[in-house]
Write a protein that binds this ligand. Structure first.
Ligand SMILES: NC(=O)c1ccc[n+]([C@@H]2O[C@H](COP(=O)([O-])OP(=O)(O)OC[C@H]3O[C@@H](n4cnc5c(N)ncnc54)[C@H](O)[C@@H]3O)[C@@H](O)[C@H]2O)c1
Length: 429
């Protein structure tokens, strides 16, 4: 099938490349001319393991092309995925301006039946809004479907190819057939729902995962007070199949381009309907507070942090990605510099993205040991496995004081303590 994907970010590019890999012919469209220029040259603008290979393979076969004009590719395709950003506005609501702009462009250029598929995360009712925008300029038949995306950055290609489920909110028979055809080659349970339920499933899923994280972080904070170890506690809890192991790692809180904005948006949706979503509000509050635990630990050790040199390992919001949006590491660096500390940081993939958003007072190095040299303490802020394999003998010699705050409980605390470090995890005995 011929398909257009609008937006070539983490979701759009993965969707386009993977749909081409399973046999469709895909045009990926983006208004960012630089991005499209790079993609046409075979340069992938984001770090996402395995994506490079898929894009190159399908582009070579002519199954995936890139364009800046939706108008140009529209006549040829049966289905259009909308995968543009839906960032949070200041008040926490989802900013739908990019989705609306694409809907307007489709309305102005559509000439026959198309299925318009919303892959962006959007509030319940957005499919209807998209439909109304298109209807302003096009009176023919078309369908708007909700098909939220559940991929995890860092594992996006695998998640797309082998999803736990594919949720399709669809009220139109012809569109349902087209959706079945699009996803026929992808293994994974297809769940057909109403459009509104599909839109809600995405927010409910992310809010639930965020709740698990905030819950275990609260348990971690309590563990510190009762001398229990949250790693042992979460292991013991996670073996219960009703609970499950995932999303039970205590740390400095969730970040990224999805959980913070999606929890805020869901809270806003509830508010506009006069519903007080108390649990979700607590989840958001606990998460914001969790960053502070690193600063608190350092202040307990040093008192005042003014002019203290702190090395921070990790800038990405999690490992295996270069994405620094809403990263806890970035928040912590800002909090540290806010109280006068001097920060040197390192990340294996996210240095360039971090430089764009951090002020120039924060030194970012290309070598972890360079960041650590002469620091008063080391903070681990992202769970890159390679940090656990660093030479800790060398680190002990480089640090002014052998102090480690492990914000991700990544290191083996017993070994690290044996090496002579003062080790502080999150929720560790
Ligand atoms: N990143 C994730 O892990 C993830 C996972 C699931 C769902 N989502 C959701 O998917 C959506 C996209 O997220 P993302 O991380 O890929 O965003 P992104 O910011 O990485 O990419 C969005 C892209 O859309 C392009 N764009 C904006 N307006 C456009 C227009 N009018 N025409 C063409 N292109 C346009 C931008 O230039 C950008 O390249 C969001 O709603 C997000 O919440 C993201």
């Amino acid at each position: 099938m011929k398909i257009a994907v609008v937006g070539t970010g983490y979701v759009g590019l993965v969707t386009g490349a993977c749909l081409a890999k399973v046999g469709h012919t895909v045009s990926c469209v983006d208004i960012d001319q630089e991005k499209i220029k790079k993609l046409k040259k075979g340069i992938i603008p984001i770090y996402e393991p395995g994506l490079d290979k898929v894009v190159k393979e399908v582009a070579k076969k002519g199954k995936l092309v890139f364009d800046i004009s939706l108008k140009k590719v529209l006549p040829d395709v049966e289905a259009i995925f909308i995968a543009v950003g839906t960032p949070a506005k200041k008040d926490g609501k989802a900013d739908l301006q990019y989705v609306h702009a694409v809907a307007k462009e489709i309305g102005e250029n559509i000439k026959d039946f198309k299925v318009i598929i919303n892959k962006s995360t959007v509030p319940v009712g957005t499919a209807k809004e998209v439909k109304n925008i298109i209807l302003k300029t096009y009176k023919g038949k078309f369908a708007v479907v909700s098909n939220p995306e559940f991929l995890k950055e860092g594992y996006a290609v695998t998640d797309f190819m082998k999803p736990d489920r594919i949720v399709i909110g669809c009220d139109d028979k012809q569109a349902k057939k087209i959706m079945q055809e699009i996803y026929k080659p992808v293994k994974g349970k297809k769940v057909f729902t109403t459009v509104q339920s599909a839109e809600m499933i995405k927010y409910a899923s992310n809010a639930f995962l965020a709740t698990k994280i905030s819950f275990i972080n609260e348990i971690a904070n309590l563990c510190e007070k009762v001398n229990a170890d949250v790693k042992e506690v979460s292991h013991g809890m996670g073996l219960d199949q009703r609970i499950g192991k995932s999303f039970l790692s205590a740390g400095i809180g969730y970040g990224g381009s999805c959980f913070p904005k999606d929890t805020s948006a869901l809270n806003q949706i509830a508010g506009t309907k006069g519903y007080d979503f108390r649990l979700l509000k607590a989840v958001i509050e606990v998460n914001a507070k969790q960053r502070q635990s690193v600063i608190d630990k350092l202040e307990q050790i040093f008192g005042n942090l003014k002019n203290k040199r702190i090395a921070v390992l990790g800038l990405a919001f999690k490992n295996n990605t270069d994405d620094v949006r809403e990263s806890a590491a970035i928040d912590i660096i800002r909090m540290l510099t806010g109280v006068g500390a001097r920060v040197k940081a390192y990340d294996p993939k996210a240095n360039d993205n971090a430089k764009e958003i951090l002020n120039s007072g924060v030194k970012i190095t290309n070598d972890p040991y360079e960041a650590i040299k002469n620091a008063d303490a080391l903070v681990i802020a992202t769970e890159w496995p390679e940090f656990a394999n660093l030479d800790f003998h060398k680190i002990k010699n480089l640090l002014k004081q052998p102090i480690i705050i492990d914000g991700r409980n990544l290191l083996n605390s017993i070994i690290i303590k044996k090496l002579g470090f003062q080790y502080y995890g999150i929720g560790r005995a």
